[in-house]
Structures are given as structure tokens and as C-alpha cells.
Design a binder for this molecule. Structure first.
Ligand code: HGY
Ligand code: MN
Ligand code: MN
Length: 411
């Protein structure tokens, strides 16, 4: 009976280790494979070789998304799973990678059991989910669902000055499959929670109800470089001060609003960045998120008011660039309950919860019923090489994915 089928955790763990070895961060379990770098290319090559070893039909599209399909009894849209294999600079081995490799493991287990599902099964990895090198995040899945014009996506310039299009060509992943991609029957993504909730509550599975809204902004403040020793304080146009004041304001604003409001100043660059020069300019990024769209807009307005007043008082000017802006996304109710029912049917403890991080599933939700499965993150740590999920939790998540996909393949 396919309902008794289970994944092979040793095979999954071995693949996670093999992929993590590419771009490994010395002395840690983590890896660094920023989107479209040589390390990303090597990771892509490895995962596609595994897809091909399984006899999947592999396509690579214009923005480098790769999809491997196992035929079902009937033609037609597959039940798709997947995630991303690009990482941040301080990446863990599970963020994104688990979703792709568990999808591969599900298909291998189904094939090894000699099962041909009614519907095809597919596993994908999407380009530049992290958005760390190129903004916005979830770029590949956004393009897959037709959420951004491909010319616009290929023209995006990264934090190092390279363009998406040039880097795709350089690493040989400027594929030919057209965008938008084929609409799946349903999409289900397994991902580590990247937060502390499941572990604190001693739970094994998260049935993810939604993804919170995301607002990424880059601000460039321009003042006047001047001598750090001779310039009286009242004569300064100190862009560095404005950036620093904004960073503490973001923290104060989140504490004032409470609830699910979070805020981060993750990148800061001063020019000329020297000990004895009042900065000429200061570039910094602000990441604001909230599960409630109206509250997120309120937080954005409060921040912009503060920036405007602080820059004016310091006789500085500023430019603002929106790097990413996605409203909260609710997942398909029926699919969320299927995940919950499957998890409890397998004897796992679970709860329904929203996602604090962005995910490719939030883009697929625009075109087909989509949902996510979470497994616990130890100490809630992620975007950190020490990211860890216990093998029994990895196995639980992959088994829920397997059984959820098999049920969807029969609907
Ligand atoms: O930032 C995020 O939520 C994800 O890691 N792209
Ligand atoms: Mn991720
Ligand atoms: Mn991430």
C-alpha cells in the first residue's frame, strides 16, 4: 500500500551532506552559494545529475529554474514540490536544500516501490530565492508564475554590479524553457521553520497557513564628507548619523508596534568608510515584515516619516529604491488541512502557523493550490551555518511530503 511507503532518511541525509559540501563554510555544517555564483552552478549541476539519474525529464527555463518530472499514469499537470538551493553568505545546509532534496527522495522512494502515481510528480529548484545577491527574493518562482517580465528580471543588477542575465549565461543556466512555466496541479514545499516555535512547543510538523508581507528598501543618504576632527558638530552633514539613527528607529518601531512586526537593517555601506572622515554617503537596507498588510504599510509610513525628518535636520538628501514588496499570502485551506491530516495520520505532533520567511510556495500560490510543511529549527536558528534540524524531524517532514504528494496525485 502506498500509504505505508516511507522515505529513506540515510539517502536524504547523504544528499544533504553532498550538496552542503559545495560552498562549504570551513569548520561548520553550513554552506555559501549565493545565487548564480560558481558555487550555485556546481550545486545546480549536482542536483540535476541526481534528477537525471532518477530518469526524470529535466527542463531548465529562461531564468534558470530547473524542473524534473516523473511521468504519471495520465498526462497533465504534475503534483510539484521544490524550493531553492541558493543560500545566503552564512547559509545553513537545510534552508531550501531540504525542500529540493526531500522532493527528490520522495520520487526515488515512489520509483523504488514500483508505484506509478495517477498524476505526474515533479521536483523543482527555483533561481535566487534568497534575494541576497539580486533583489527581489523569490525571483525565479516569481518569473515562473509570470509575476515579472523576463526582460526586467534578466536586467536586475546585483549588489556586486553583475546582472542576472549575464550571470545566468556565464554559469550556463540561461535555459530555453519558456516562462511562465507550466501550471502544476498543486504545489507543496517542505522547509525548515527557521524560527523557534515548533521546538519551543515540542512539535514535529508545521502546517503553514500563510507567509507574512515583506518590504525591502534600499536608502542612499548623501551628506558632505568632512574632517572628523576639525568640523564643528553643528556644521556637519553626517549621512552616517542618519543611517545609524534609522537603524535604531527600526528597532524602536518594532518594539512599539509589537505583534508580528519585525524589522532589520542588514546591509550598511559608508563612503569613503574611513575612520577620520565624516561620511559622504551612507547606503543601508531596511527589511520590514508583518502578517497584516495594513500594519506593514503603517510601519513603512512611520519609517519614511522618520527618515525624512532626520535627513532634513542633518541637511542630507536621500534616494529610496524598493528592492522587494510582497503582500501576505494565504495558502490553500484544503491543502493546509491535508498537510495537517496527513501529519497526524502519521502520528506526528503538529500545529498550524504562519511563515516569517518568504518562500517559493508563496509565488506558486498565485497559479495553483499551494501549501508548506515545516520541520523544527534547533534554537530557531537560520541564515547561520549552525542551522540544524534533527534527523527524525527531517524524516518526519519528508514522510509528510511523500504522503501528501501521493494523495494529491490521486485527486
Ligand atoms: O528573506 C527571506 O524571507 C527568504 O530567506 N528569502
Ligand atoms: Mn528558504
Ligand atoms: Mn533563506
Amino acid at each position: 500500500m502506498s500509504s505505508d511507503l516511507r522515505i529513506d532518511i540515510d539517502r536524504l541525509q547523504a544528499r544533504l551532506a553532498d550538496l552542503a559540501a559545495i560552498g562549504e563554510i570551513a569548520g561548520t555544517e553550513g554552506c555559501a552559494r549565493l545565487a548564480l555564483t560558481d558555487e550555485d552552478r556546481d550545486g545546480r549541476d549536482l542536483v540535476i545529475s541526481w534528477m537525471r539519474d532518477l530518469g526524470l525529464e529535466v527542463t531548465v527555463d529562461v531564468i534558470g529554474n530547473a524542473v524534473g518530472v516523473m511521468a504519471g499514469e495520465v498526462d497533465g499537470p504534475p503534483v510539484m514540490t521544490g524550493s531553492h538551493i541558493d543560500t545566503v553568505r552564512t547559509g545553513g545546509r537545510y534552508d531550501g536544500n531540504l525542500g529540493v532534496l526531500a522532493g527528490l527522495e520522495v520520487i526515488e522512494a515512489v520509483k523504488a516501490a514500483g508505484i506509478t502515481p495517477h498524476r505526474a510528480l515533479a521536483v523543482a529548484f527555483f533561481t535566487n530565492e534568497e534575494g541576497a545577491r539580486f533583489s527581489p527574493d523569490m525571483l525565479g518562482s516569481l518569473a515562473y508564475v509570470g509575476g515579472i517580465a523576463i526582460e526586467e528580471a534578466l536586467a536586475i543588477i546585483g549588489i556586486d554590479g553583475a546582472s542576472v542575465g549575464d550571470e545566468l549565461a556565464r554559469i550556463g543556466y540561461d535555459g530555453s524553457a519558456p516562462l511562465p512555466g507550466p501550471v502544476p496541479h498543486a504545489f507543496i514545499e517542505l522547509h525548515v521553520e527557521q524560527g523557534p516555535v515548533l521546538e519551543i512547543e515540542g512539535l514535529t510538523i508545521g502546517a503553514v497557513s500563510s507567509v507574512q508581507g515583506i518590504s525591502w528598501t534600499e536608502i542612499k543618504v548623501t551628506g558632505q564628507s568632512n574632517h572628523a576632527g576639525t568640523t564643528p558638530m553643528h556644521m556637519r552633514k553626517d549621512s552616517g548619523f542618519v543611517a545609524a539613527a534609522c537603524a535604531t528607529f527600526v528597532r524602536d518601531l518594532c518594539e512599539e508596534l509589537g505583534g508580528t512586526q519585525v524589522g532589520t537593517v542588514g546591509r550598511v555601506e559608508f563612503l569613503p568608510n574611513l575612520v577620520n572622515v565624516v561620511p559622504e554617503s551612507a547606503m543601508f537596507t531596511v527589511d520590514l515584515r508583518n502578517t497584516d498588510e495594513a500594519l506593514l504599510q503603517y510601519a513603512e509610513r512611520r519609517f519614511l516619516d522618520f527618515l525624512q525628518k532626520t535627513a532634513a535636520a542633518e541637511s542630507c538628501t536621500y534616494e529610496i529604491t524598493t528592492l522587494a514588496r510582497f503582500e501576505p499570502v494565504e495558502f490553500d485551506r484544503k491543502l493546509v488541512s491535508l498537510v495537517a491530516k496527513t501529519a497526524s495520520g502519521l502520528g506526528y505532533s503538529l500545529k498550524t502557523l504562519p511563515s516569517g520567511a518568504g518562500h517559493d510556495a508563496q509565488m506558486l500560490a498565485r497559479v495553483c493550490p499551494s501549501a508548506m510543511i515545516f520541520t523544527p529549527s534547533h534554537n530557531g536558528l537560520s541564515h547561520n551555518p549552525a542551522e540544524y534540524t534533527a534527523p527524525e524531524d527531517l524524516e518526519a517532514g519528508a514522510n509528510v511530503l511523500l504522503q501528501t504528494m501521493l494523495q494529491l496525485a490521486e485527486t
